[in-house]
Design a protein around this ligand. Sequence first.
Ligand code: MSP
Length: 537
Amino acid sequence: MGRMSASPDQAFPAQTFYITTPIYYVTAAPSIGNAYTTVAADMIARWHRQRGDDTWFLTGTDEHGQKVLEAASEHGVSPQEWTDKLVNEEWEPVLSVLDVSNDDFIRTTEQRHTDRVRDFWQTLYDNGHVYEGTYEGPYCVACEEFKLPSELLEDPDGDDSVRLCPIHERPVEQLSESNYFFRLSGFADRLLDLYEQRPTFVQPESARNEVVAFVTQGLSDLSVTRSTFDWGIEVPWDESHVLYVWIDALLNYATAAGYGADPERFDRLWPAVHLVGKDILRFHAVIWPAMLMAAGVDVPRQVFAHGWLQVGGQKMSKSKATAIHPSEIVDTFGSDAYRYYFLRVIAFGSDGSFSWEHMKAVYTSELANGLGNLASRVAAMIGSYFDGVLPDPGEAGLAEATLAAELARTVAAADEAMDRLALHETLGAVESFVARVNGYLTEQEPWKVAKDDSGPSRARLGSILYAAAEALRGVAVLHSAAMPGTAAALWESLGAAEQLGALADQDVRSAGRWGQLPAGAAVTKPSALFPRLAEDA
Ligand code: MSP
């Protein structure tokens, strides 16, 4: 899959890898729910860069529609002022807070987007994919979506005139509008063929099944314009309407990659892998590919739906009081531990819960007492027994050979899991290896070997500490996608930066080749990778 593109500074053509997050509604500040998708995409992007892939990582904000308009009105400002302020003060800064390495940030109010969206829909209109009609039905503003009467919840207070959205549990509105419709119904068969011929197009399996079942029931045409408010992209052939926010927003993945403006660039990057929460799976796996088919553009490479992050048993969202800002957690644990926690403990694709207690427990056992303690012990022993100079590996024994083989296996397993976007398995493999290295030291007891000054014991001590440092070199490369700051500090402390070059340039797939760290490297104690938590944290 994917295209090959030769880049002048690479000896071999790299595979192109384009990954996106949803673009987030700027109704409020970001929550750990939005941040979950963003850090997952960041880990994936960083991993692909370390495979040498020509990687492009896009995120951004969804700024049109009734929902954003309402948020702005509630604050007494124009929607443009509102989105400018929130993007500048919240949505862009949170990316630095979380150490996110996005290559681009698209806002749907930017002209590079709006112009191309108008062209796209004008072409579909000209080609007969859009017609005029009337729509009547329940609408959830929080979803920005028409609902089917059958999926609505009854009012808990028994009011028969009130029905609730099943996702947001808030009342829907009854809308009746003269609208333009996209002939979505005509794409059901082609979509079903797509799901069958490309079983990984929608993943994980549960998401794929849901989408197949949904489309198998048949599709209705989609209302793609609104005329009751004007905060949106004007419909090019009828200025009394604006485009429906979703069909404007989905196009961000194409407009940001140069669709309609820079065909060469678009051909190089497209198609993308889309990470989405399962709440917006159908938009991405049904409507979006149908829009692309109508325009004669390749469908995405993959749509991967992850689960919901819950707090206190409920999906957390910006519209509920349960929303936690990422900074609240980063301030206590740091951004690397934040990223590690969410990606390690929740099976990517399933729902998961956040709690401070659990986060503290994982931080303490796997990071502070696990990796952090291992890194500082190894550096301290090389410091006191070998003056901070990495000893010669000498003759490797069975234990060292086993450790080397385990590192190679870990790299292969972590990389294979990444292909399935099983991020939790990638991190689980590295965590098991860290525990193995700790076990190796416990078994080899270098502190006891050090008590004997004889030649063979010195050599043995050198072999043990070399093996531990070399194992940590592998860990640094493997962890640099999920915990870039920690991995860089570890890399520095092993003297690897000086000997092997920048961590970002290390090929992750070669990380299992044993013996890369040369004897003589200057090993220094890392500053506390995972500081002890304050008592009240
Ligand atoms: N603007 C649309 C997306 C348009 S994409 C073309 C939207 N925005 S949103 O602000 O509501 O963000 C939804 C996304 O944020 C989810 O799909 C998911 O990626 C992330 N999450 C928000 N809350 C979440 C949880 N509680 N749990 C997991 N992810 C969540 O929908």
